[in-house]
Write a protein that binds this ligand. Structure first.
Ligand code: SAH
Length: 261
């Protein structure tokens, strides 16, 4: 779904004298709108299509007199709506890959397997070029749709088994999210620039160990580190503050290495 507009409404609270407590009189709500040519019907009433065309920051009202602010989506709003097939990488893990490798508008990246293309697309928002490899035709189709929806012009998706080789040179970063990442090390040797990074994301420890132990044995790479990132969201409501009970649990391990010769 391509998001055309977002409407948002702040939570409203009121102090009730009788119970000496603030109560919520309106819930925070955010809606993503994909068709601005028809009225938008929600719990809070109907917003007319005429109002959906108003400029960013405009206050619009439903027929039940409930106020919303309207604005245009950015990359991250659209990204969160991508179509999913395989389990996608989380933004916290993708962000760590960018932060630790420092890729930017001059960088060329190879990502495999593409899966839903989430990591490829996230990286393409920062890099000059991303080559994405995937084995399955049905997944390639999903990735292509996601690339189109995000209007990314710098990703090439290829049907290719990366265990058989990488057909690109002068690569700054190779990211791996597949069952046997150690099988890519010998190919990475040939494609990476000196100083380029190979980063493997794995959901299990045996995979992580095999990747790291193989990288360690290879004299052309230095192993940097393996990390697990734990994100804990907090609930903050007045002075009632505590970690949220639900939220992201375990995701995966990220191993970083660098080609030195
Ligand atoms: N990081 C991706 C998810 C990857 S899921 C995302 O964020 O969306 C792992 C994918 O690797 C699967 O789609 C699988 O088909 C693909 N794959 C497995 N082995 C592969 C190989 N040797 N070459 C290319 N792709 C491979």
């Amino acid at each position: 779904m391509k998001v055309k507009k977002i409407i948002a409404r702040k939570e409203k609270k009121q102090f009730i004298e009788d119970i000496k407590r603030e109560v919520s009189i309106a819930k925070k709500r955010v809606y993503y709108i994909d068709d601005v040519n028809k009225d938008f019907d929600i719990k809070e009433g109907v917003i007319s299509k005429k109002d959906l065309k108003k400029k960013d920051g405009s206050i619009i009202k439903t027929n039940q007199n409930k106020e919303f602010v309207i604005f245009s989506p950015s990359f991250i709003d659209q990204y969160k709506k991508i179509k999913r097939t395989a389990q996608i990488i989380t933004t916290k893990d993708a962000a760590a890959i960018i932060a630790e490798t420092g890729i930017n508008k001059n960088s060329t990246v190879v990502d495999a397997g593409a899966g839903s293309g989430a990591l490829s697309c996230f990286l393409a928002n920062y890099a000059k070029k991303v080559y994405s490899y995937e084995l399955r035709d049905d997944f390639i189709e999903v990735v292509s749709k996601n690339i189109k929806m995000l209007e990314l012009k710098n990703i090439t998706i290829k049907k290719k088994d990366i265990y058989n080789g990488i057909d690109k040179k002068n690569i700054d970063l190779i990211t791996l999210d597949l069952p046997e990442p150690w099988k890519v090390i010998e190919h990475a040797e040939k494609s990476l620039n000196i100083g380029g990074f190979i980063v493997s994301y794995s959901t299990s420890i045996p995979q992580t160990a095999d990747f790291v132990n193989n990288i360690r044995k290879n004299e052309r790479f230095i192993f940097i580190k393996t990390i697990e990132l734990i994100e804990r969201e907090w609930k903050i409501d007045g002075r009632r503050i505590r970690p949220k009970s639900e939220g992201l649990g375990y995701t995966g391990f990220i191993s970083f290495a660098r080609k030195i010769k």
